[in-house]
Design a protein around this ligand. Structure first.
Ligand SMILES: [Mn+2]
Length: 383
């Protein structure tokens, strides 16, 4: 996030978050499209001065996608999926009664420095970009980008918190554990292999949810089992229900590592709700299942980072439903982080009014009210 050259961001001003709003109130779509039109932080000093809790940022890279491309356009497309005027900066979650922006200081850090065509340099840049954010104590939420970026994303956090200390819950249709792709180590099919082989994440601290389809074969699956990875296929979800599998994933995530990173490949969701992605696989989660899962993990386990990847706007349906879902995945992560700060960590917490409908109307008082209204009506007619 820092440059040695002249023109260092922040060199000519006091550090702190910068609002980019030109006008006092700007409708969504007007002006600079930061996430939720949040203020911007360009340097670690800005993050520290603003005592930022969560930093949204992007890794607009699709150079390691081996299927359909376009994920480099994900971060800006996701940022533009908001429709509330700002200020006021508020997003009260109707199901849990918590407004994350009331309890968290959140900013947009812009994007990691991408060098088109140079995977090695780009991944080094993403890793240090994420580490710089994590080192300030802020939780990075990274918008992808193809899934290759999860290797530097998680490694950057491990650089700060320690190798082998982080658990990963990985939502995906695909295992992403190939040893290489045509001899190439950095790919969107290999990041989970790289994280385990490098020691950034222990195999048994990897929990995967939503796998399906026709890959990988027995060799890779047996490697995954040897590492102790906990993999939950869609078949398990179909047989036992999503909530039961999510409970298992939560207890596995809490098993050893106490620091959790969530990696959301949007293709874990069925292509009917998330068509704009590189490797769509029919038969996936619903949108409300992924949203609830992210919120629950952030609230009940706690997260030190998250990414939402593989959103490819050129393949999205005309109403941007995939980008919209990715945007809401971030809002659920923010809500869960705020819930945990408030001590709301009970399993599947929902606000009473939202979960159980309107309070019942006592029949007697209702009847009395009607009778009184009828009496008023009679008086009106007589006068
Ligand atoms: Mn995938």
């Amino acid at each position: 996030m820092t440059n040695a050259a002249s023109g260092v961001p922040g060199a000519q001003r006091p550090p702190g978050p910068i609002s980019l709003n030109r006008y006092e109130v700007e409708p969504a779509g007007l002006g600079f499209q930061t996430f939720l039109k949040l203020p911007v932080c360009l340097t670690p000093e800005d993050l520290r001065a603003g005592r930022i809790d969560v930093a949204i940022c992007g890794a607009p890279w699709d150079g390691t996608a081996i299927t359909r491309s376009g994920a480099h356009l994900g971060p800006q497309a996701i940022r533009s999926c908001d429709y509330h005027p700002t200020p006021p900066l508020e997003r009260p979650h109707l199901h849990v009664g918590v407004d994350p922006l009331e309890h968290l200081r959140v900013c947009d850090c812009g994007d990691a420095n991408i060098v088109i065509g140079d995977t090695e340099q780009t991944f080094a840049n993403i890793r240090s970009f994420v580490a710089d954010i994590a080192a300030t104590g802020a939780v990075p939420i990274i918008l992808g980008g193809d899934h290759g970026v999860t290797w530097p994303n998680v490694t950057g956090i491990a650089d700060v918190l320690g190798f082998g200390k982080i658990g990963v819950v990985h939502f995906d249709a695909h295992a992403d554990t190939a040893p290489d792709v045509q001899g190439v180590l950095a790919s969107h099919g290999t990041p989970m292999r790289r994280l385990i082989e490098s020691g950034a994440v222990k195999g048994k601290n990897f929990v995967q949810v939503g796998l399906r389809g026709y890959w990988p074969g027995p060799d890779i699956r047996s490697w995954m089992e040897q590492q102790g990875m906990r993999t939950h296929f869609m078949a398990e979800i179909q047989r036992h229900g999503f909530d039961a599998v999510l409970e298992r994933a939560i207890s596995e995530a809490l098993d050893d590592a106490d620091q959790l990173f969530i990696s959301v490949d949007i293709d874990v969701v069925d292509p009917s709700a998330a068509p704009g992605t590189g490797s769509p696989e029919p038969g996936g989660l619903t949108s409300h299942e992924i949203l609830r899962a992210i919120r629950r993990l952030a609230a009940e386990v706690g997260i030190v980072g998250m990414d939402v990847v593989e959103v490819s706007p050129p393949y999205d349906a005309g109403n941007n439903i995939t980008c919209l879902l990715a945007h809401r995945c971030v809002l659920e992560g923010l809500t869960g982080i705020a819930m945990r700060r408030l001590g709301i960590t009970e399993p599947d917490y929902l606000e009473e009014r939202a979960a159980n409908g309107p309070p019942p109307q006592p029949l007697s008082s209702n009847g009395a009210g009607l009778a009184a209204a009828a009496e008023d009506d009679q008086l009106m007619r007589r006068s």
